[in-house]
Design a protein around this ligand. Structure first.
Ligand code: AMP
Ligand code: GLY
Length: 444
């Protein structure tokens, strides 16, 4: 098959890495890709949001299957456009990507179908939103309705801060059209976890759980980022909880979307709060998490590509996936200054010989200079990803590799997976299988 992956981050490197290992994959392209992806795929200089350019390329190159990584082209209708051109693609239609594109839509869907989530109100009028805030207690959460590049959520510690967040979105237009409506919702207490499932419009096939670290600095402090690291599985997600998430949250969502004439096909990423009353939905994403995808592909034993195709073809019912039980950890190396302003163009050395059976360095913001040097080209730059018989071992393996990377302009958190290591290290050691580790799908 001739495959095109859309995107340029660590998530797309992980997808390319897994897809390139599939016996079904003949030629692999990535648009626009990065320096690491170039080891797996032929990179083409078309932006991930250039819908016309991507459809044109897929047509000209007789692409058989397109895998869309990020949310923006999904919400913009890339999959609809490809399908209309007779090209199969992985990812939801624009109508179904509304699960990520509109927080208000999701809240109404939850309310209509009894899906557990935080109590809420939807507002376009700032005075009404502020009156709703004042009638409640802090902390309280204010969210821009639309896509705001991860910046649209304010967890307000005081009612004044919540009112300011309402004004920022509705009065000052801080998020443009994405913030023309806000959701104000109850603050949920508990531990967060992410859960991923493939959904083919009818059937949901659970993938695995993960936890990420959104704050920039150790101890989960500092500004919010796209994610400074992740690990899978999330110890908090017991098999019983996973079953509840599937039955109480994922399955009713899939049924409701189909009933609404918006059948969801793709990966459904449920951001959850595990509260004292059970799992509650914080939000949906219509794509794999980044960097959660990197740990998922490391743990997947089965070939990913046929699973993606079965999702688009609507035949997940008869599908099954096998996983390595070992945990995986990924640590993000970011440019000094991220998520604020940072420099581009510094040289990264020391990656040669780092990839091993149980360790892969996925690239995010990297590019290759004309003279062959590897340069930083973004905020999040590398994702050092390792498997271990325990989460502590995976963590140690990732940090040992980081010691060998020579990039003075970069930084990383030193405590990725701390929660799992503290709580779950012993339990995992007891269940680890006495056999050699393998990474990712078995290669032909
Ligand atoms: P998002 O940008 O939608 O991923 O949300 C960012 C973060 O805000 C989430 O990962 C949670 O930590 C937090 N958050 C969002 N909604 C709530 C809520 N209702 N209660 C508590 N925390 C929340
Ligand atoms: N790591 C969080 C996300 O992909 O949204």
């Amino acid at each position: 098959m001739r495959i095109l992956v859309v995107g340029s981050g660590g998530r797309e490197h992980a997808l390319c890495w897994a897809i390139a290992a599939s016996p079904l994959c003949g030629t692999l392209y990535c648009a626009p890709g990065n320096a690491g992806i170039a080891q797996e795929a032929e990179c083409v200089a078309i932006g991930a949001e250039d819908v016309e350019g991507l459809v044109g390329f897929a047509r000209e190159q007789a692409i058989d299957y397109v895998v869309v990584g990020p949310e923006a082209p999904l919400v913009a209708g890339l999959v609809d456009r490809l399908n209309a051109a007779g090209i199969k693609a992985f990812g939801p239609s624009a109508a179904a990507a509304v699960l990520e594109g509109s927080k208000g839509f999701v809240k109404d869907l939850c309310a209509a179908h009894g899906i557990p989530t935080a109590a809420y109100g939807r507002f376009t009028d700032p005075e009404e939103a502020k009156a709703f805030v004042r009638a409640r207690a802090a902390p309280i959460v204010v969210k821009a309705d639309g896509l705001a590049a991860g910046k649209g959520v304010v967890v307000a510690e005081t009612l004044e801060a919540a009112e300011a967040a309402v004004d920022a979105a509705l009065t000052e237009g801080a998020f443009g059209a994405a913030g023309a409506e806000v959701v104000v919702e109850e603050f949920l207490e508990g531990e967060e976890a992410s859960f991923f499932a493939l959904v083919d419009g009818e059937t949901a096939l659970p993938l695995a759980s993960a936890q990420d670290h959104k704050r920039a600095f150790d101890g989960d402090t500092g500004p919010n980022t796209g994610g400074m690291g992740a690990y899978s599985p999330a110890p908090v997600m017991t098999p019983e909880l996973e079953a509840r998430v599937m039955a109480e949250i994922v399955a009713p969502t899939v049924a409701a979307m189909t009933a609404a004439g918006r059948p969801y096909k793709g990966v459904l990423y449920a951001g959850l709060m595990i509260t004292a009353e059970g799992p509650k939905l914080i939000e949906y994403n219509a794509r794999f998490g980044d960097p959660e995808c990197q740990v998922l592909v490391m743990r997947l034993m089965s070939d990913l590509l046929p699973a993606l195709i079965a999702t688009s073809d609507g035949v997940l019912k008869s599908f099954d996936l096998r996983w390595y039980p070992e945990p995986a950890v990924t640590v993000v190396l970011a440019a000094e200054g991220y998520p604020g302003p940072y420099e581009k163009g510094s040289e990264i050395k020391g990656l040669e010989g780092l990839d091993e059976e149980d360790l892969v360095v996925f690239h995010a913001g990297t590019k290759r200079a004309a003279d062959g040097r590897l340069l930083a080209a973004g905020g999040r730059v590398l994702n050092v990803t390792a498997l271990g018989t325990t989460v502590a071992e995976a963590q140690a393996r990732a940090y040992a590799a980081i010691e060998r990377i020579d990039w003075p302009e970069g930084f990383c958190r030193r405590d990725i997976a701390w929660r799992a290591v503290a709580r779950d290290g012993e339990a995992m050691r007891d269940t680890a299988l006495p056999r050699p580790l393998r990474r990712g799908p078995e290669r032909p």
